[in-house]
Design a binder for this molecule. Structure first.
Ligand SMILES: [Zn+2]
Length: 291
């Protein structure tokens, strides 16, 4: 973990764009694909201490001054190591971004919800500015931990949660972060729905995905069961009406990774079904004609 030298001024020349900031770090690192040494990177960029402590209201915090000379990062000891890596990267994103304004007198304090914020995400509380900052810190974190330049082998072909597991393991990120990255970078129209005990926790649709009909705490439709001896199901066809708002022309497949404690992560893939409908319509018209 030692021996990383980074030029902070050069990194910060990238400006406020989170992707560019993270890319500027990778341009200097020149590392090979694999787990990114996030703690060493933070320490090479004027983070003087990373403390792991049990936290209850927050997942992480950045203690810093207005001039951002140095900073200290606090991460939740109750979270798994993969999640802690993401939190450290997120706080580093606040630290390096010149446009981010502290959320408290000593810096930034970030909740579990903040660490899920996405630019397209819903309007569940918080000011727009706060939400934008959190989404940007998340964008920075994932581009630092699973940079686009390394993703091609994991996001090719037909969408499959097996690839998500491989990607998450390869970069030591949580399955949650891994699947969200996958949805973002895969060419197909994808979304992920996280659920607990059969209720929706939240959904994260990709840019091309039709509108999800499931709000927080609503019951999830029946999920495909795992294949024998695994936690992972096959991708199965699903009724779009159960998952989406008015999308008759969409063919939907769902695949679920069942996790411990009643948690599940479901990948949805939407495909244009207009051609199929065309055939069905023709058949229907012909049969009507027969009568
Ligand atoms: Zn934050």
């Amino acid at each position: 973990m030692t021996g990383i030298v980074l030029d902070r001024m050069e990194v910060e020349e990238a400006g406020a764009n989170p992707d560019k900031l993270a890319s500027a770090i990778h341009d200097q690192l020149k590392a090979s694909p694999g787990p990114v040494p996030v703690e060493a990177i933070a320490m090479a960029l004027d983070i003087v201490e990373i403390r792991v402590e049990p936290l209850s209201n927050f997942e992480g915090a950045l203690v810093t001054t207005l001039d951002r000379n140095t900073g200290q990062i606090l991460v939740n000891a109750r979270s798994r190591p993969q999640r802690r890596r993401f939190t450290i990267a997120h706080e580093l994103g606040h630290f390096l971004n010149p446009r981010h304004a502290p959320t408290g007198p000593n810096g930034f304090a970030c909740s579990r919800d903040d660490l899920r914020a996405s630019p397209a995400g819903g309007r569940n509380g918080g000011s727009d500015r706060h939400r934008r900052q959190e989404a940007e810190a998340n964008a920075f974190a994932i581009e630092l931990l699973a940079p686009r330049r390394w993703l091609r082998p994991y996001v090719s072909g037909v969408a499959d949660l097996a690839q998500v597991i491989a990607l998450s393991d390869a970069f030591e990120i949580s399955r949650e972060a891994g699947v969200r990255r996958y949805v973002e970078c895969h060419r197909q129209a994808l979304a992920v729905v996280f659920s607990h005990d059969g209720r929706v926790v939240y959904g994260a649709p990709g840019r091309e995905f039709p509108r999800l009909a499931l709000g927080k705490d609503t019951k999830v439709p029946d999920l495909p069961m795992p294949s024998e001896g695994t936690f992972l199901s096959d991708a199965e066809e699903a009724d779009p009406a159960q998952w989406l708002f008015g999308s008759k022309t969409v063919a939907l497949s769902v695949q679920t990774l069942h996790q411990q404690g009643g948690w599940a992560l479901t990948l949805l893939c939407a495909e244009d079904a207009e051609e199929d409908d065309g055939i069905e319509d023709t058949v229907e018209r012909l049969s009507r004609f027969d009568r």
